[in-house]
Design a protein around this ligand. Sequence first.
Ligand code: UDP
Length: 221
Amino acid sequence: MNNVFAVYGASGCGRSLMPVAVEQLQRLYGDDYDAKQLVFIDDALTVDTKVNGHVAMNYQRFIDLQPVNKSVLIAIANSQVRQQLADKLTNDGIALWHVQSERTLVMDSVCIDSGGALSPFVTLAANVTIGKCFHANLYSYVEHDCIIGDYVTFAPRVSCNGNIHIHDHAYIGAGAVIKQGTPDKPLIIGKGAIVGMGAVVTKDVPAGAVVIGNPARPLNK
Ligand code: UDP
């Protein structure tokens, strides 16, 4: 066994992404796919256990495994934790694994950095650039000419229309709709901003702001 793959995080996010990871390895290896090649990592575990039929272990146990080629999908919604773990994995020489469903639609001229998690029914349209460890949950889409930073998180069914720029660590809640920008004035969601579930964003959101409602307004006003 020369390759081992892992889903880091065995809670909600990880358990939802594990079947996507299984499907990807089955696509890659066909009948040679071996379930032992795919494990959960979770640091809350003191002893190896099984989660949804998969072996689960803590990071130290994973490091101690023999295979030379290790690839890890970080399946944790908190973007700061994703960044810390991505830095740790990179320092340890472990690849950030990109996982996407066969029911994800990637259309044209899409450039996405390592460690992405694209759930079933996600669509990435045309001329889209996305940074590291992007999470796009079920049914979300990114339309044309969007630029998305590192460690950005989309809950399910986010509608990210054309000409939108989303900066690092922004979190977009379930069912949020973001109005399209224009080529000369893209709509901007600032670094670390949070867009609440179901919000309808019609204008720029400053870095660190939390916005909710329709039209979306800062939470504390
Ligand atoms: N976790 C971990 N190492 C860390 C931080 C978190 O293994 O450094 C695990 C944690 O034990 C938990 C999971 O990641 O099982 C995060 O689960 P949570 O329910 O908080 O978030 P979600 O699955 O929704 O992202």
